[in-house]
Design a protein around this ligand. Structure first.
Ligand code: SER
Length: 581
């Protein structure tokens, strides 16, 4: 059974249980300040987990493309991937633990579905702490379904709790399912340290909201959020020990082996994983390019790390484009095919750029490391970064291989002087996590809708949204417009937004079919994937946008809107940074 077949089965199973399939979201989240990439299927659903009504109902499923860079050091083992697909089923205040667990076990073990051996399954549950009690309820349900106590382990927050990685948001204990992925007989006891027990599915019971104060309050509704790793589960079904033994990774590994001079399993796997992830990031409609900030920086790190490992195993020719082309050609992902030219051009450019300096950079690193006792100075790390294009993480990794460390504090100081590089890029904003739907972010999100409407009134209907990114301090909004805004235009837009704020207009959501939303001229990023039914947020008759929320209730809560900066973003696209005071 390949990944496609698994996905089809999953959808069919949950459709029979009255779930509606929703489209997977973009890999680059809209309006989400805390994560650079979609790391789980629940990301786009945060507003609905918090209690908003979803237009498709209370039982949903999706296939979500995910990027996780938090586990990057583990890539190369049997199970960790930077890019992977996640199958998820959700109950938005509908069914709860019993049904969720029953569905999971039925899908895994029933002859009609995956037909996996129940005797090879083990599970973990939340062991409880000072805030939330032990999840005996889930353990009892597993037991009643025939999973013996010896195969049930209780673990803490690190293992059996999901979210929020941001400051606030929906979260809860989870129960994870493991499968014995080894040819040897299944041990009676579940030892969570043993990597041959592979986690394949996670049922999260989202019943809490973490508040700004750090307390856990019950959510308006009890939700179930599950995530099954497509590549891992496919490997298990096919009795393979590693995800690199199934397609599409298997072919990529073979291709790398043909090009390289030295065999090195870990390096081959890293190259295959990173180039697959880079291909999908580049294939997303948001047109992310390798750069020194945010998503572009991660993309650059992935490509450059792949190139470094390529050099290590003796690949002589340019290879990133060749490998990516095969990934695209053998994939069923339409987005990749549509963006093929862009993907390949960007890879070629980035490889050409880095190839020029990597050899010299590696020599420079050798020189630096030879004269160094324990620690590479931040200044040297910065030279490697600015002159030779070595991402800090690459220098860290090279240093580790020589048992050296890097003075990252000094690097940061050097780097602060360097205008181009967004601070977020090296401060660990890359970890997997959930949206922070804090009050500040929510307010700025509503202000973004007002801003778009005002821009269209002042500049004309050619203005459409090209990108949006919100942190708790500011909004950043990209839109189509051919020239620099005049001071008068900026003031006019600002005044118009402030006028609407003072008018105290309620912000209301309405559900309607996509066609109706279009008929009503609701703004939307129409190259995004919407379901048949959408939610339209209206601010009086001033603004209407297809959007998942969240928004504040009324404009009067926004305070004073101020445009901080107006600049070019790329050809034909302007960028505004603004804040609320
Ligand atoms: N959010 C959970 C996870 O990613 C379940 O979907 O594991």
């Amino acid at each position: 059974m390949n990944t496609k077949k698994l996905t089809e089965k999953y959808i069919k199973f949950f459709q029979e249980k009255q779930h509606k399939q929703i489209p997977g979201a973009s890999l680059i989240p809209e309006n989400d300040p805390t994560v650079l990439f979609t790391t789980a299927g629940m990301h786009p659903l945060v507003p609905f987990l918090l209690g908003e009504k979803h237009p498709q109902g209370k039982r949903l499923i999706s296939i979500q493309k995910c990027i996780r860079t938090g586990d990057i050091e583990e890539v190369g083992d049997n199970t960790h991937l930077t890019f992977f697909q996640m199958l998820g089923n959700w109950s938005l205040g509908d069914y709860w633990k019993k049904e969720a667990i029953e569905y999971s076990l039925e899908f895994l073990t029933s002859k009609k579905w995956l037909n996996l051996d129940k005797n090879k399954i083990a599970v973990s549950c939340f062991k409880g702490d000072k805030d939330v009690k032990k999840d005996e309820e889930s353990a009892k349900i597993w037991e009643s379904l025939g999973i013996p106590r010896k195969r049930i382990r209780f673990l803490g927050r690190k293992e059996n709790w999901w979210g929020p990685a941001g400051k606030t948001g929906p979260c809860g204990p989870d129960t994870e399912m493991f499968y014995w992925a080894d040819k040897t007989p299944t041990p009676e006891e579940f030892n969570t340290e043993d990597k041959r027990w592979v986690e394949i599915w996670n049922d999260v019971f989202m019943e809490y909201n973490k508040t700004e104060k750090g307390t856990y309050e019950p959510l308006k509704q009890k939700n179930v959020d599950t995530g099954m790793g497509v590549e891992r589960t496919t490997a298990i079904i096919n009795n393979k020990e590693s995800v690199y033994e199934i397609e599409p990774l298997k072919t990529t590994i073979e291709q790398i082996q043909e090009m390289s001079e030295k065999k090195d399993q870990k390096a081959e796997r890293i190259i295959a994983d990173h180039l697959r992830a880079a291909t999908h990031i580049l294939g997303d409609k948001k047109n992310i390019r390798p750069s020194n900030t945010e998503q572009g920086y991660i993309l650059r790190r992935l490509i450059r790390r792949a190139i470094r490992y390529g050099k290590m195993i003796g690949i002589k020719e340019e290879f990133t484009k060749t490998i990516s082309e095969k990934i695209i050609n053998t994939s069923e992902d339409q987005e990749l095919k549509e963006n093929k030219e862009f993907i390949l051009t960007q890879l070629k450019k980035e490889e050409a750029k880095f190839s020029k300096t990597i050899e010299r950079g590696l020599k420079e690193f050798k020189k630096i490391s030879e004269k160094t006792k324990n620690i590479i100075s931040g200044k040297d790390a910065f030279i490697l970064f600015s002159t030779y294009g070595f991402p800090l993480e690459m220098t860290r990794e090279l240093s580790k291989e020589q048992n050296l460390s890097v003075d990252e504090k000094e690097f940061q100081e050097e780097f602060k002087k360097h205008q181009d590089l967004s601070r977020t890029a090296t401060q660990g904003k890359f970890k997997a996590g959930l949206a922070d739907h804090s009050e500040e972010v929510t307010k700025l999100h509503t202000a973004t809708h007002l801003l778009l409407a005002a821009l269209r009134k002042v500049l004309g209907d050619h203005v459409i949204q090209k990108g949006s990114n919100i942190t708790s301090e500011r909004l950043r909004f990209d839109f189509s417009h051919p020239e620099k805004l005049t001071q008068e235009q900026i003031k006019e837009v600002e005044d118009m937004v402030n006028k609407k704020i003072q008018e105290d207009i309620p912000v209301k959501a309405e559900e309607m079919p996509l066609e109706e939303a279009k008929r009503q001229n609701a703004m939307g990023v129409f190259d995004s994937k919407y379901g048949d039914k959408v939610k339209v947020y209206k601010i009086g008759d001033f603004s209407a946008e297809i959007c998942g929320g969240p928004h504040i209730k009324s404009t009067k809560d926004l305070g004073k809107f101020k445009i901080l900066k107006e600049q070019s973003s790329s050809a034909g696209i302007r960028r505004i940074k603004a804040t609320l005071e």
